[in-house]
Design a protein around this ligand. Structure first.
Ligand SMILES: C[S@@+](CC[C@H](N)C(=O)[O-])C[C@H]1O[C@@H](n2cnc3c(N)ncnc32)[C@H](O)[C@@H]1O
Length: 266
């Protein structure tokens, strides 16, 4: 029920792309159960706090006839949600091990997806191929912001929409280099935030992430040619408790841990 691009090879990957491929191929087995649960969900919910689609409205209600792409799809449950809304969906991921789970789940659920193994900073598709692009913790945090945003802009038709969800720069300003959970202290600069290399972390080492201050995202949107439709800061719900990844629920009720941008190609 899914197809893959056999042409994608490791080639000359940039350092962060190679490290993130290694990291995700190694971790993919830990994401299977979560992928199974998300594929089974009738209604989408987003991010580490599972905030309902009804609240965030990341997807058009009816995607019939739309060409959609997910950039850094992991197990591709977001792609499944879009396909169920009527979109023709292509999804790209840097980790073949993650895509193996995506292929199994697509077959199990009888959903047709085009799955490509590759880097979301260089997608093998012609200009203006898509109406809608999305990333939930995929390219949104694992790709160089300028590279993947320029690529998303190239891929979208004029007026096409890009929606992405990832870490809020405030939570990363409070994230210790050790990889331990965030506290109520600023431990790294907010201004100038760009690359977060976790290879030397003591807790869950590995991977290279990216995040910009809000003004940095805004500057890139202006330079590249995106107009901003909305900025959302999903908050941990009352019922959430304990530490989720590196963020305590109580923390995430007081400060922003996640950020959603909704933009369109001008
Ligand atoms: C956390 S998953 C995101 C998918 C899903 N929404 C989720 O939250 O599980 C992160 C995914 O980004 C992928 N990724 C990292 N760097 C990438 C790149 N340069 N191009 C495409 N995918 C990338 C990883 O392989 C991984 O499958």
């Amino acid at each position: 029920m899914s197809s893959s691009d056999p042409a994608a090879t490791d080639g000359d990957l940039a350092d962060h792309v190679a490290e993130n491929r290694r990291h995700w191929d190694e971790m993919a087995h830990e994401w299977v159960a979560m992928g199974e649960r998300a594929w089974a969900r009738a209604e989408p919910s987003w991010g580490i706090w599972s905030v309902p689609e009804a609240e965030l409205k990341l997807l058009p209600a009816d995607m019939t006839g739309l060409e959609a792409i997910e950039l850094g799809c992991g197990t591709a449950y977001v792609s499944a949600w879009m396909a169920r809304r009527g979109a023709r969906v292509t999804a790209i991921d840097n980790s073949d091990a993650q895509l193996a789970t995506a292929r199994l789940l697509a077959d199990e659920h009888g959903i047709e997806l085009t799955l490509w193994h590759g880097n979301a900073e260089e997608v093998p598709a012609p200009d203006e191929s898509f109406d809608f692009a999305i990333s939930e913790y995929g390219a949104a945090i694992w790709c160089d912001p300028e590279a993947w945003l320029r690529e998303a802009h190239r891929l979208l038709r004029p007026g096409g929409r890009l929606v992405f969800l990832g870490n809020h720069p405030v939570v990363l300003a409070c994230a210790p280099e050790s990889g331990a959970a965030v506290g109520d202290r600023l431990v790294r600069p907010y201004f100038g935030m760009h690359t977060l290399d976790w290879r030397d972390a003591q807790v869950d080492p590995g991977g290279v992430n990216f995040c910009l201050p809000i003004s940095g995202w805004m500057a890139l949107f202006r330079q590249i040619g995106f107009g901003v439709d909305d900025l959302r800061e999903p908050r941990a719900p009352e019922e959430a408790s304990g530490v989720n990844f590196f963020v305590d629920a109580e923390w995430a009720r007081r400060w922003p841990s996640e950020l959603v941008w909704k933009v369109h190609k001008i």
